[in-house]
Design a binder for this molecule. Structure first.
Ligand code: NAD
Length: 354
């Protein structure tokens, strides 16, 4: 079993092992960290149909009482309405400050359950069991929790670390192709961002899901430990996300997050190259690995439509925007740019022979 110790503002373990859930080991690990004999499991309907009974039964067998809240799957559920319903359910179940919320699901479940755990009774313990590749490699690590508001994604939330993360790659076997690819985009992001050897292994497909998750988690942990509250270097994790978020918004969130991030990485690599920040090989290698995993590296949306979304994004400071540019495979940098230089900088990457 891969055990990764995370020591940000709060210390906790991330365990990565095939069969954690079905073997009952997850229940034992949970029992070892909870402060009472009761947990409240949050899941979406698709994941609950697959894994909720298995988890509840293993927990009950380990002497832990369970209650649960299941909501319709999809990003639209990560909203104030579901959040308030969840808080009310926690209150109705008389969950107290020693009890624990368990998120069983993808990034939507993790973000929503985490925000509820952070705010119910001013904060109760929280455990993540990520069930999508994206949640295993990205959203379950780092302590960001949030819900979406009418004005945009993730606008209300909290930094709130879990007490344990349990990744069981066996659960990914039921994931559909689009969601698997979406997670792979975040994996590829990690490789381009900071690990050339990891890139090479991914390109050759000579690496298991367990290894993939472990490497991404280590990288995210290391970056988050330097900048837990996202004032600087944590921004590197947003490689591909400037255009990725814009593409998601242009598509009215029809294009899944990772698919949009893949396109955003391709676009940003071309822009970096045309502005003299990396060589052509970096662009070709970015495109090559995305292609190997069936991900597209371009978009049909126009630059002006995407630029409009980028400028309305909450992360844009008044006078400057910080882009994340690849310098070579395995190294990205934060690249602050005055807003009045943005259009010219972007346009170069969209010239015909880019
Ligand atoms: P998701 O949670 O919506 O899951 C995608 C789909 O897969 C859903 O339909 C879900 O029911 C289904 N699913 C989940 N696990 C399954 C399994 N094992 N088998 C079959 N189906 C399964 O989406 P996601 O891609 O996991 O997460 C996206 C969310 O994560 C976004 O809201 C994004 O903002 C957030 N996010 C958060 C962070 C963070 O740091 N907190 C980082 C990245 C993304």
């Amino acid at each position: 079993m891969e055990k990764i110790h995370v020591n940000a503002s709060k210390s906790y373990d991330i365990l990565i092992e095939n069969g954690l859930l079905s073997s009952g080991k997850a229940a034992e690990e949970i029992k070892a960290v909870i402060k009472s004999d009761k947990v409240f499991i949050v899941s979406d309907d698709k994941v609950a149909a697959l894994y909720l009974d298995m988890l509840s039964q293993k927990l009950e067998a380990a002497g832990i009482k369970t209650a649960s809240f299941v909501f319709p799957n999809g990003e639209h559920s990560k909203c104030a309405n579901t959040y308030i319903r969840l808080l009310n359910e926690l209150a109705k179940e008389k969950i107290n400050r020693k009890d624990t919320v368990i998120a069983l699901g993808g990034g939507v479940v993790g973000d929503l359950a985490g925000f509820a755990a952070a705010t119910f009774l001013r904060g109760i313990s929280f455990i993540q069991i990520p069930t999508t590749l994206l949640a295993c490699v990205d959203s379950s690590v780092g302590g960001k929790t949030a819900i979406d508001l009418d004005e945009g994604k993730n606008l209300a939330g909290a930094f709130y670390q879990p007490s344990l993360v349990l990744c069981d790659p066996d659960l990914l076997k039921t994931l559909d192709e689009t969601n698997y690819k979406s997670g792979m985009a975040e994996v590829i992001k990690c490789a381009i961002l900071g690990d050339r050897a990891f890139y090479d292994k991914l390109l050759k497909k000579s690496i298991s899901n367990e290894e993939i998750i472990a490497r991404c988690v280590e990288m995210k942990r290391d970056i988050v430990q330097q900048d837990e509250f996202d004032f600087g270097t944590r921004g590197l994790l947003n490689f591909g996300h400037t255009f990725g978020h814009a593409i998601e918004a242009c598509s009215n969130f029809e294009v899944p997050h990772g698919i949009a991030v893949a396109q955003g990485m391709g676009i940003m690599a071309r822009i970096a190259y045309k502005n003299g920040l990396c060589d052509k090989d970096t662009v070709l290698k970015t495109e090559e690995i995305l292609k190997v995993y069936g991900l597209s590296y371009t978009t049909d949306y126009s630059l002006s439509d995407m630029e409009e979304k980028i400028l309305s994004d909450k992360k844009v400071a008044v006078q400057n925007i910080t882009l994340i540019v690849p310098r070579k495979i395995g190294k990205c940098e934060l690249y602050p740019l005055p807003l009045n230089e943005l259009s010219a900088f972007f346009s170069k990457g969209f010239e015909q022979n880019a």
